[in-house]
Design a binder for this molecule. Structure first.
Ligand code: DOR
Ligand code: ZN
Length: 346
């Protein structure tokens, strides 16, 4: 018996598209299933001004396949020099949808991020005033803090104090990886939401380290213990509108991943909908997939949900290519480690 599931076309509320040949290679993978995506600004150099965002948006639009109806929702990279007026004008004109906070040194291309939160107080107050969401990479960078504890410590040391000091600031905790993060979001019913990635719903830290190191499972924040993965699955499949999909699909070439100092990032753009359907089906929550992938995100961002529908069909195992070939080099696709039976009908 064929099973099928029709839902509003999903959006990706956290996506890395890169630039140049990599952008050209990976953009069709997101545009195939997703209508919109929040585009991360951690290019080299980063997207820091409205002019940078406009130019990057033009490059993305120019790289879109013929006829693709995909809208990039642009972000600015918050630095200690960000001009609140430039930001406010970019938000008012619709050029940017959000601003991204990377603590300096937290992850790929985050050197220009924030070191001293007092220096961005004025910008955050302006964002609260105009209702511009702050997307947060929630990890402390203190070398004393164990990498597996960096999200939980960030909540106490940085996120909670910043939110208290800036009433009305709308925050998205990006790529949540811990039960602590889930609990923090659940404890607040205003101005706070979180994205969850596909891969953090599927892998825990054993998948990265047991039986040999798996560079294609290494990302930041790094996957945690199984109890944390289970908390994320509960949050994603539980129907709570504060949690929605942000794949954090983050392509790096195989040469850069399979290296003595490999880059962080899992590339999931191509098979995310198949992976998610499998995860939600196992939880008996297929009826909640549309909320997670297509409804909760637009509701938080105060945008209408997509009118178009996609249909997922269940059948024999679906095979995806192991790698996407881009002009920058091959990029390995995330392997969920179990067969995928759901595909998006073309
Ligand atoms: O795994 C990750 N990759 N985490 C991030 O925060 C950044 C991203 C990237 O840009 O490669
Ligand atoms: Zn990211």
């Amino acid at each position: 018996m064929t099973q099928s599931l029709t839902l509003r076309r999903p959006d990706d509320w956290h996506l890395h598209l890169r630039d140049g040949a990599m952008l050209q290679g990976v953009l069709p993978e997101s545009a195939r299933h997703f209508a919109r995506a929040i585009i991360m600004p951690n290019l080299v150099p980063p997207v820091v001004t409205a002019a940078d965002a406009a130019a990057y948006r033009d490059r993305i639009l120019a790289a879109l396949p013929e006829g693709a109806g995909f809208t990039p929702l642009m972000t600015l990279y918050l630095t200690e020099e960000t001009d609140p007026e430039d930001l406010a004008a970019a938000h008012a004109s619709g050029l940017i949808t959000a601003v991204k906070l990377y603590p300096a040194g937290a992850t790929t291309n985050s050197a220009s991020g924030v070191r001293d939160f007092d220096k961005v107080r004025g910008v955050l107050e302006k964002m609260a005033e105009i209702g511009c969401p702050l997307c947060v990479h929630g990890e402390v960078t203190d070398p004393e803090i164990d990498i597996f504890d960096r999200e939980a410590v960030f909540i106490d040391r940085v996120l909670d104090p910043v939110r208290r000091a800036t009433p009305g600031l709308r925050v998205v905790m990006e790529h949540l990886t811990t039960a602590d993060g889930v609990a923090y979001v659940q404890a607040h019913d205003r101005d706070l939401a979180a994205t969850i990635t596909t891969h953090h719903l599927i892998i825990n830290r054993n998948h990265i380290l047991v039986g040999g190191i798996k560079p294609h499972y290494y990302c930041l924040p790094v996957a945690k213990r199984e109890n944390h993965r289970l908390a994320l699955v509960g949050a994603a499949t539980g129907g709570d509108a504060r949690f929605f999909l942000g794949t954090d699909s983050a392509p790096h070439t195989d040469a850069n991943k399979q290296s003595a100092c490999g880059c962080a990032g899992c590339f999931t753009a191509t098979n995310t909908m198949s992976c998610l359907a499998e995860v939600f089906e196992r939880e008996g929550a297929l009826d909640r997939l549309e909320g997670f992938a297509s409804l909760h995100g637009p509701a938080f961002y105060r945008l209408p949900p997509n009118e178009e529908r996609i249909t997922l069909v269940k059948g024999a195992p679906v095979h995806y290519p192991a790698k996407i070939l881009t002009g920058a080099g091959p990029v390995t696709l995330f392997d969920p480690g179990f067969p995928l039976h759901w595909r998006v009908a073309e």
